[in-house]
Ligand binder design. Sequence first.
Ligand SMILES: N[C@@H](CCC(=O)N[C@@H](CS)C(=O)NCC(=O)O)C(=O)O
Length: 99
Amino acid sequence: MLHNKAQSQGGLIGNMAEIIVYTTNYCPYCVKAKQILRNKGVDFEEIDLTNDDAGRIALVEKSGGRKTVPQIFINGQHIGGCDDLVDLDAKGELASLLV
Ligand SMILES: N[C@@H](CCC(=O)N[C@@H](CS)C(=O)NCC(=O)O)C(=O)O
């Protein structure tokens, strides 16, 4: 399992929220979700579950049965996948979670 603390593009403004993005390396939705977060200027931890079957099974449990990646958690709260992140942003509810 690869743990990778990704840096925001600016890198100067840290966020307090703990953001974890579970990914695989062949996943365009993961790329999009990470890009959205980078565009928001927030730091996040990426946990790459490529070839980690046990990690994928554990993620399904943590995600209430969701079997896809990405799965995104903010301060321990399960946000869902990329589409859920986009929806939250569109509703104006994402920014307050990221501070
Ligand atoms: N609607 C989901 C779609 C996610 C999705 O389809 N992810 C693919 C990879 S890009 C996936 O996990 N497929 C099942 C698998 O790889 O085991 C989202 O926005 O996150």
